[in-house]
Design a protein around this ligand. Structure first.
Ligand SMILES: NC(=O)c1ccc[n+]([C@@H]2O[C@H](COP(=O)([O-])OP(=O)(O)OC[C@H]3O[C@@H](n4cnc5c(N)ncnc54)[C@H](O)[C@@H]3O)[C@@H](O)[C@H]2O)c1
Length: 401
């Protein structure tokens, strides 16, 4: 089979940059029967040790400390952005002007205005885009989407989405760039609730209006050492600085289709570690999923023949989208990095076929083999909800989107 080689350049070689490099590398194996052949060309980080480590581990041909060299590299077709949020707008503008396809990590811009500007830049340049809303790609989440698209739940009535993370619940958790408004922009509304809003769009559809609240529970943290550790690291006693964005955000929402629900996220909650979860209910049934058990979907379909009157635990298996690319057996589960591999594959597939990303109501798509990645267009839809949530907590009232 003739392979379509796609040159990849990655900017920012921290946690996500390394994860993306691994994901592109994995495509050659996991999706070996596809004509796609990603090639890691060049990576950039302003900490030189991170680029040399990435070259050793993943075999990039070249490294640089200047992200512009990634964009200028004629072997690079995809610019993959995994740098802190403050860099995203600038990099996207330069990359799209050069006609490169762009993958950008969520929350895309530091704030909704930047995300909309990023969407506009890519739209003008007519390049293909993808955003790291990776939780969509869990096989049982795809299956949940399929059940809803087939009308198995009847009319949707309730949805509760949340991302409860404990990465900063310890007061000594370092003041990484995520806690600084200048670099990260929004706090949890950008970092974690962007995933929650995108999942709500994917599972239920558009959001009509919101009322919200926010809080910063831990207002000072130990200063982080640049270029070391991750946002999971603990700092030493000593110099501290102020947290300048929110730890918690919660919103009541009304969906366009009439369903009612809530969206919540927190980075300092004790107990949950990575509880990116949803519960969805319709007139005919219900589903619930939690990333902490990402290979399980709880399904309640009382009208189905022989279905017991209670939730049934369905385990991820080869009958669910993408599972068999990773394992032949049911309950031989996938992990977080596998979601990144599926995501990268979907993006390269979109480039290979020349098709743009999903329209906003992505459930209209055939997701068995034609799924296309959430693009900057989906991120712009998330940004509209973020704007309404922020306005609501500032003005203490319901806001329409
Ligand atoms: N989709 C997800 O599940 C997920 C998870 C974590 C992070 N993210 C997103 O990924 C992005 C990166 O987050 P992370 O956790 O990997 O952060 P990180 O701090 O671990 O890595 C960021 C890297 O960027 C480098 N960098 C800083 N300035 C740079 C510059 N000018 N040029 C090149 N490199 C530069 C840093 O040295 C660091 O190595 C963020 O936008 C974040 O929101 C997404």
């Amino acid at each position: 089979m003739e392979k379509n080689t796609i040159g990849i350049g990655i900017i920012g070689m921290g946690w996500m940059g390394m994860t993306h490099a691994r994901a592109y590398q994995q495509i050659n194996d996991r999706f070996h029967d596809s004509p796609l052949q990603p090639k890691l060309i060049i990576c950039a980080d302003d900490v030189v040790e991170r680029t040399t480590e990435a070259k050793t581990r993943f075999g990039f041909q070249r490294t640089t400390t200047d992200y512009r060299h990634v964009i200028d590299d004629e072997d690079v077709q995809v610019v993959n952005i995994a740098a802190p949020n403050s860099m995203h707008l600038e990099i996207v503008e330069v990359a799209t002007a050069a006609g490169k396809h762009v993958f950008c990590e969520k929350p895309v811009g530091r704030n909704p205005a930047e995300t909309k500007a990023i969407y506009a830049a890519a739209h003008r340049a007519e390049v293909l885009t993808c955003v790291g809303y990776n939780y969509r790609w869990a096989p049982v989440v795809q299956y949940a989407h399929q059940l809803i698209s087939e009308g198995k739940l009847g009319t949707l009535t309730h949805y509760r989405g949340r991302f409860f993370a404990g990465y900063a619940s310890h007061p000594q958790a370092v003041l990484s760039w995520r806690f600084q408004k200048e670099v990260a922009g929004l706090g949890t509304l950008g970092d974690l609730l962007s995933h929650v809003i995108d999942m709500a769009h994917f599972i239920v559809g558009g959001i009509d209006s919101v009322v919200s609240q926010q809080e910063t529970f831990i207002r000072e943290r130990p200063v982080a050492t640049a270029g070391t550790g991750t946002h999971f690291s603990l700092g030493a006693e000593g110099e501290t600085d102020a947290v300048t964005n929110e730890d918690y955000v919660g919103a009541l929402v009304r969906f366009e289709n009439g369903a009612r629900g809530s969206l919540e996220a927190c980075r300092v909650i004790t107990g949950p570690k990575c509880e990116m979860a949803f519960e969805v209910h319709g007139t005919e049934g219900a589903l619930r999923w939690n990333f902490e058990q990402m290979n399980e979907l709880e399904v309640y379909l009382p009208a189905e023949d022989g279905f017991p009157d209670g939730y049934t635990r369905v385990l991820s298996g080869p009958s669910h989208p993408f599972h068999s690319y990773f394992n032949p057996g049911p309950a031989v589960g996938l992990g977080y990095d596998d979601l990144k591999t599926i995501e990268a594959y979907q993006f390269l597939q979109a480039i290979h076929t020349g098709k743009p990303g999903n329209p906003r109501k992505s459930r209209d798509h055939d997701h068995r083999d034609g799924v296309l990645p959430p693009s900057f267009r989906e991120a712009a839809a998330v940004a509209d909800v973020q704007t309404a949530i922020q306005t609501s907590w500032e003005e203490d009232r319901w806001i329409s989107i």
